[in-house]
Design a protein around this ligand. Structure first.
Ligand code: 5GP
Length: 210
């Protein structure tokens, strides 16, 4: 629902950012405070970590099954990240969208591009930027006990990710987490109101004009 009871098609909400720009915090709040969006559960070949559960964090599988899923064209997109495979399964997303379920995606720009090529109008791409490169470095340093070398390679990676800013529909600068959340949530709410997604409008307006 979008503040009304009209039937609508769900959307695929992609939130990307260089690491340290606040994506995880914003994603958690969206999932907590908005009842109509759920995390898209990816399939992965990486080993399960302590605290994770199969079917909740990921669907864990082996390489042979993942390869078979690629062969059967069961992914909307997939990628190899740090030696493991990750993919977005088609079936659950397609069924959910039809029912008006929105999905949140935590994927990089390459995955985003693949998703967009396949699902175009269902995809809303949001990119978060840090207020400055110094602020980003500060946030990465505050995270833990990483060595200077690790921080440097993370900063290089962050610059590379930032260079893809123009592949997104919306760009939000995360200067203040509260304001950033309001803006991201505002984008989600506005996108739900797009005429093409409100599939119940035909009947509704017909009734209004009767
Ligand atoms: P982790 O193993 O730490 O959970 O995730 C490692 C990376 O894989 C993250 O950068 C995450 O964005 C990416 N990832 C997770 N699921 C998918 C997916 O379904 N597709 C793509 N392209 N990347 C994914």
């Amino acid at each position: 629902m979008v503040g009304n009871s009209l039937k609508r098609r769900g959307l695929m909400f992609v939130l990307s950012s260089p690491s340290g720009a606040g994506k995880t915090t914003i994603a958690h709040r969206l999932l907590q405070e908005d009842m109509e969006i759920a995390m898209s559960i990816s399939v992965t070949t990486r080993p399960i970590r302590p605290g994770e559960s199969d079917g909740l964090d990921y669907r864990f599988t082996d390489r042979a099954e993942f390869a078979a899923m690629i062969e059967r064209d069961e992914f909307l997109e997939w990628a190899e990240v740090f030696g493991h495979f990750y993919g977005t399964p088609k079936a659950q997303i397609r069924a959910g969208l039809k029912e008006g379920q929105d999905f949140l995606f935590d994927i990089d720009w390459q995955g985003t591009q693949q998703l967009y090529q396949r699902m175009e109008t269902d995809v809303v791409r949001v990119f978060l930027l840090p207020p400055s490169i110094e602020a980003l470095e500060e946030r990465l340093r505050h995270r833990g006990t990483d060595s200077d070398e690790v921080i440097h390679s993370r900063m290089d990676r962050a610059r590379f990710e930032i260079s893809h800013w123009d592949g997104y529909d919306y760009v939000v600068i995360n200067d203040d987490i509260e304001a950033c959340f309001e803006q991201v949530h505002g984008i989600l709410c506005a996108e739900r109101l797009r005429r093409a997604r409100q599939t119940g409008l035909v009947d509704f307006t017909r009734d209004l004009m009767r």
